[in-house]
Design a protein around this ligand. Sequence first.
Ligand code: ADP
Ligand code: MG
Length: 298
Amino acid sequence: ATMPPLLSAIANAGRHGVLVKSAVVMEQLGQVQAVALDKTGTLTEGTPRVTETRPLPGSGLTEDALLALAAAAEHPSEHPLARAIVDAARARGLRLAVAEDFTSAPGVGVTATVHGAVVAVGAPARLLDGATDAASADARELTATLEDDGSTAVLVRRAGVPVGVLGIADRLRVDAAATVARLGALTGQTPILVTGDNPRAAARLAAEVGITDVRAGLLPQDKVAAVTEQEQAGRRTLVVGDGVNDAPALAAAHTGVAMGRAGSDLALETADAVVVRDELAAVPTVVALSRRARRLVV
Ligand code: ADP
Ligand code: MG
């Protein structure tokens, strides 16, 4: 027997490394009219590395002590930045203290108690918000320098006081620019960037891949709002993301696609399709496969 077109399209998508969860999803992929792309782990490889370790002057911490403190707090987190920090500490042979009372806030960072002090590690803009003390001013300056270089700055705070900033850098995927161009050609509209990262790093990366509509500093619910805005403008929206912070937007989108290799479990479960082979270029490929299959169905 010959396979129905949507089923052979699913098989074909599988050969391109994309797991499409149902025939309905296979059909929906070809209907999208707008695309929203996450940055970290989606347009970038998602294996960021710590490139700068900067204790603040008044902290009394060495570079190693700062890194060990941050890594202890980040240890339970599955965020790519957390993994970068823990890996950097391990690579330097640092011993990590056991953290207690771990909490994480998607798009913001983590907190944990380390050696009896509450340690927060996360987005400088959020952790420094409104603070006017000298350490916060130093931290802000350091953050701006690192972000101008295109790095993601991560603030480390102990007992309410900023003690240092880490610079973390990630590589753009080799197929990022080509994928943006191809999705733009398929939908008639250049994809937009939706990221929790800082506006400076976001703008720099967007320019490299040909994106002009950049939404930075977003919390998970802000990503949902960006999707809703597209949908209300009458555009069925495809969201591509990898993180826990992307899960609500993946659910709200007409079609959600998760990057599988480094993707969080929640993103993979929420998404309608998963890029298993870690090639971003497979996303426009499955959109095109869907269009072809739908022409055969109708
Ligand atoms: P993106 O949307 O680009 O994938 P995220 O929403 O995952 O980025 O993260 C946005 C920002 O929140 C990060 O750039 C970082 O500043 C902060 N952040 C989130 N989780 C963590 C964490 N575990 N450790 C440090 N910073 C974090
Ligand atoms: Mg991400």
